[in-house]
Design a protein around this ligand. Structure first.
Ligand code: DLZ
Length: 170
């Protein structure tokens, strides 16, 4: 029987690994959602997914602030300002970059992801990454509530989990 894995043999916790994990309760947490207006047909759906995740996890309506920015390019600076305000436990970023219509697609995407990541590192506030990069509109729709779930929901769930993890790491 080879069902034992190397992990089990080498496990210092004798089969009971101690893992720190976040909860999915958003009670008492405050969130800012930065959502791009560009490709709003899709980003509105991502926003609905994020709100669904936050509210159904116990966040109060009054503890969620939505900030609309023109396009994905503007997300990092708004996210940074919100993170620095000290008013929020986490930031959720939502946008859609469509390769077909975006000149210098890679350059924009790289800068947006770098900026959001940098804001997260430098402020210490979790930033969930919900900026989709898609080849086609159909692919984007699939990720905004059709075939491939709703990435806005997933991003908000990740934000809740990270706030919980940050609270547990003492
Ligand atoms: C200009 C532009 C283009 C071509 N494509 C997109 C896109 O696919 N997704 C998106 O969120 N924003 C796009 N934008 C707008 C830029 O993000 C930005 O808002 C403008 O260049 C103004 O700074």
């Amino acid at each position: 029987d080879f069902s034992f894995t190397f992990w089990e043999f080498s496990d210092p916790h004798k089969g009971k690994p101690v893992a720190l994990e976040g909860d999915l309760s958003a009670e008492g947490m405050r969130f800012a959602i930065v959502v791009a207006r560009w490709n709003a047909v899709i980003t509105d759906r991502l926003l609905q997914g994020s709100l669904d995740a936050l509210y159904r996890s116990g966040a109060k309506r009054s503890d969620v602030e939505i900030v609309r920015v023109p396009g994905a390019w503007e997300i990092p600076s708004a996210a940074r300002k919100l993170a620095e305000s000290g008013k929020f436990h986490a930031i959720v970023t939502l946008g859609v970059l469509l390769r077909g219509e975006t000149a210098h697609y890679e350059a924009i995407y790289n800068e947006v992801s770098r900026g959001i990541g940098q804001s997260q590192q430098e402020t210490g506030i979790p930033h969930a990454f919900g900026v989709l990069t898609c080849e086609t509109l159909e692919q984007a729709l699939d990720r905004a509530g059709l075939k491939a779930g709703n990435k806005g929901f997933e991003a908000a769930a990740a934000a809740i989990e990270m706030v919980s993890i940050h609270r547990k790491i003492t």
